[in-house]
Design a protein around this ligand. Structure first.
Ligand code: SF4
Length: 817
């Protein structure tokens, strides 16, 4: 909105503007904002306004102000109202900081007055007479239920494949994960399901849980109290922006050192150097995929130097050898420190050879993490994310990293912690998923191989976020087209004729696709029914952030058109299933779909999350405001919910469910490339193709497809390259290039970066205009965790820079303080 809209003034929120607590729904940090709404025909004045400040005075950069991107006109109770969404200075998460994503929340709301987000779905769509036609909810839901009920009763629930989010924020939250969870895991027992960003229904961090440690156990303020920040495979300035700025930067200013493990020099490394001084920053730019060897050498060095927390190990970790043997569900054995050391022992020299960094630097990292400081144990916060979660040998690599935190007692301790940094917020509350099994079904391969007959997709776009995407798209479209052709042939007939035609097509290898989303996505083009969902801001939504901070983000505007919250769509699907199954004479099965008489998202919350957490209600959360409460909630006293500052501070570990409450070490033996085909691919192609994120649209890219501000910055997916590599291939800045290998091909814009290493490129992940997943092989670990991070390909120029890419600035993103 700001950009190219020639706005030079904004209306001032009057004193009686309505104020709503809002948690930014884009990234996991979950910054607090205030949404002000007021009548279109009203304004405050310079001195008398809802912000309580004198607006005739210049406000400081860190003051309270409204940028044009924080403003819009939206519908509330059917009326157009002014909207301003501004950062909350009283929220401890962000202390008044916005980010380039969250501070555009208002401009990314749909508005029929200002014209923003006209891509949003307003009504359900049905494939009818060769196009996607708007229709009523009754019509769309009836077709979904008729086909789904026929297929699962004539075959089995294994013929229904479900792709669903498991996160908070955005389309997720406790309300919506409960709605979909109750439908597919309680009313049905669907096992062929997958999560929004990976091809199976599994944890991304199985090993830390199996070791007894949940992946989000610290508080963000631990970064301010620590001696060392040890970051692995993450780029927090771009992807957890206000966690970095509001907690890690103060930590470094308080004297914390900073270690980064990442083959690529990111802007986070540059910013850390500027804040802490180069002498206090250690960037271990390891060879791709060698993280586990590095961690094992650091672990070995720490143990051999005696820098371990002996009391903690004796009292809080398992002592008697192997506790859990390696098997199909556990890609490494778990047990005592001594048992783990038998597998993980690695010298500095050996690790230096594997990782491509010096033995001195590895030793330095070990010292910065664990060497006692002033006679005290050193505090270290370890933070990791996709570099190893989507990396080589997920289970063992994460286990090897957690070993270091366990050996040094940096779990459950002020200024310590071992946590993932996360992408979305969290909001998981579902009936047991035990029937899914471990390892879970590799659902995308199941679909490629002709499995499944009906595919329900919730806020997930495999086109942008799966591996082996080239093949997946070809097959999914072909199978969907079989059903579209059958529907076209049955045009004008009765509902029964249409259902017969669809069932005939799926029995012949087709796939009936139902897509629930807020926009018409790329995989949505294959759908036969599209159900229009709304998102945070248009519904009340509860989620927790990366330090387990639970908030209620309040509804402040109407859902766009006839769109609905996902939880209420799930309820409507269930109610239609009950009706259709009853009509089919299947009363027992129909009865399984009772219990969805929810009128609002709060009803879904009370039916789900509240049942497991009886102290927590909307009213109580509303009263806790933008600071909320840290989960797990353990009580309610004096009008306040009582939370848990830091998990495991009592030295008892429970995430694995073991009665002894002892943490386990992981026998994370190094075995080179783990996923099938990676070593061969590395040998065959010229470039390693890393995938990365960008501050400007991380977690909002799908909403920014038509946003001028974003599209002018990155009109095509960027592919960062070394300048000499570009010269040798005849490529100039902004040229359109293609990456290809045996898995497929993708395209983007050449973006020269001074610090890019020769032979290594970094392509933005999840772009609607070029999927990096096209060139990623199907290789996964034993528990079906995808290794998106490791793919190799050759590069060629497709075309000269277009006028749009010529206008892009390729100035270095690094700064000097
Ligand atoms: S850092 Fe994340 S949560 Fe905070 S404003 Fe930015 S996108 Fe939103």
């Amino acid at each position: 909105m700001t950009y190219k809209r020639q706005i030079d003034r904004l209306p001032i929120p009057p004193k009686d503007a309505k104020v709503h607590n809002v948690t930014c729904h884009y990234c996991i940090v979950g910054c607090g904002y205030k949404a002000y709404t007021w009548d279109r025909n009203k304004q405050g004045t310079m001195q008398d306004n809802a912000l309580g400040i004198d607006l005739s005075e210049q406000q400081g950069a860190d003051g309270v102000w409204i940028a044009p991107s924080m403003y819009n006109i939206v519908k509330q109770d059917g009326k157009d109202v002014h909207l301003a969404v501004i950062p909350d200075h009283d929220c401890v998460v962000n202390s008044g900081l916005g980010s380039i994503r969250g501070a555009r929340m208002a401009e990314n709301r749909p508005s029929t007055v200002t014209g923003t987000q006209q891509q949003r779905l307003s009504d359900p769509l049905v494939w009818r007479n060769g196009v996607h036609q708007p229709t009523s909810w009754d019509d769309a839901l009836d077709l979904v239920a008729q086909v789904t009920a026929r297929v699962v009763t004539e075959g089995s629930e294994d013929d229904l494949v479900v792709s669903m989010f498991d996160h908070g924020g955005s389309a997720g939250g406790y309300e919506n994960t409960w709605g979909t969870g109750k439908l597919y895991f309680e009313s049905m027992k669907v096992k062929n399901c997958r999560i929004h960003n990976r091809p199976a229904y599994n944890s991304e961090v199985h090993s830390t849980r199996d070791m007894g440690i949940g992946e989000l156990s610290y508080q963000y303020k631990d970064y301010e109290l620590t001696d060392t920040i040890f970051m692995v495979g993450a780029n927090s300035l771009e992807t957890q922006t206000n966690l970095f700025l509001n907690h890690m930067v103060p930590g470094m200013r308080n004297g914390a050192r900073f270690i980064m493990v990442d083959p690529r020099r990111s802007v986070t490394v540059n910013a850390a150097e500027e804040v802490a001084g180069k002498e206090n920053v250690l960037h271990l730019a390891i060879k791709p995929g060698s993280d586990m060897a590095l961690f094992n050498a650091i672990f070995t060095e720490i143990v051999s130097k005696g820098w371990v927390d002996t009391d903690f190990i004796a009292n809080s970790t398992f002592q008697e050898g192997v506790a859990v043997a390696e098997d199909e569900a556990h890609p490494a054995a778990l047990g005592s420190l001594e048992e783990a050391m038998k597998a993980t022992n690695m010298s500095l020299a050996e690790a230096a050879e594997i990782c491509g960094v010096s033995a001195e630097d590895i030793a330095k990292a070990a010292a910065w993490i664990a060497e006692p400081k002033d006679g005290e144990r050193r505090k270290c916060v370890t933070a990791y994310e996709k570099g190893i979660i989507w990396g080589n040998d997920n289970y063992r690599t994460i286990g090897a990293l957690v070993n270091i935190a366990l050996a040094t007692g940096n779990v459950g301790r002020e200024g310590g912690g071992i946590c993932r940094l996360g992408g979305h917020q969290e909001g998981y509350y579902r009936p047991s998923d035990g029937h899914v099994g471990r390892p879970a079904e590799y659902v995308d391969q199941l679909l490629i191989n002709g499995g499944g007959k009906v595919h329900h997709i919730w806020a997930t776009d495999h086109y942008k976020t799966t591996l082996n995407a080239s093949q997946f798209k070809r097959v999914h479209k072909k199978r969907s087209d079989m059903v579209k052709d059958a529907m076209d042939a049955a045009a004008g007939g009765s509902r029964a004729d249409l259902v017969d035609a669809i069932v005939g097509a799926v029995n012949a290898g087709g796939l009936f696709v139902v897509d629930v989303d807020i926009i018409h996505s790329q995989i949505g083009a294959n759908a036969h029914v599209v159900l229009a969902a709304c998102e945070a801001s248009e519904m009340n939504l509860t989620s927790m952030n990366g330090e387990r901070r639970l908030r209620l983000s309040e509804k402040y505007m109407d859902p766009f058109g006839n769109s609905r919250p996902d939880c209420l769509i799930a309820a409507a699907v269930a109610q239609n299933m009950e009706r259709v199954l009853t009509d089919m004479g299947n009363a027992d099965y129909a009865a399984q779909f009772k219990g969805y008489d929810w009128e609002t998202e709060e009803d879904a919350f009370m039916d789900g999350y509240h049942q497991g957490n009886p102290d927590v209600t909307y009213d109580r959360l509303r009263a806790m405001g933008n600071n909320g409460v840290l989960e797990p909630v353990v009580g309610f006293e004096d009008g306040k919910l009582i939370g848990t500052e830091r998990e495991y501070s009592d030295g008892k570990f429970t995430r694995h469910g073991r009665e002894d409450q002892k943490a386990l070490f992981c026998a994370a033996g190094w075995r080179g490339w783990q996923a099938a085909g990676k070593a061969e691919e590395e040998a065959k192609y010229e470039f390693w193709i890393n995938n990365v994120r960008a501050n400007i649209f991380w977690q909002s890219q799908f909403l920014d497809q038509d946003n001028d501000f974003i599209q002018d910055r990155f009109p095509y997916p960027f592919i960062e390259m070394n300048a000499d590599d570009m010269a040798s291939l005849g490529i100039s800045a902004g040229d359109l290039i293609e990456i290809s290998n045996g898995n497929g091909a993708t395209q983007g814009m050449a973006y020269p970066v001074e610090t890019a290493k020769p032979g290594q490129v970094a392509m933005v992940f999840g772009s609607p205009a070029g999927s990096q997943g096209n060139i990623v092989s199907p290789g996964v670990n034993e528990l079906v965790l995808p290794d998106y991070k490791h793919t190799w390909g050759n590069i060629r120029k497709l075309a000269n820079a277009t006028p749009r890419s010529k206008a892009v600035s390729f100035k270095s993103k690094e700064y000097t303080a």
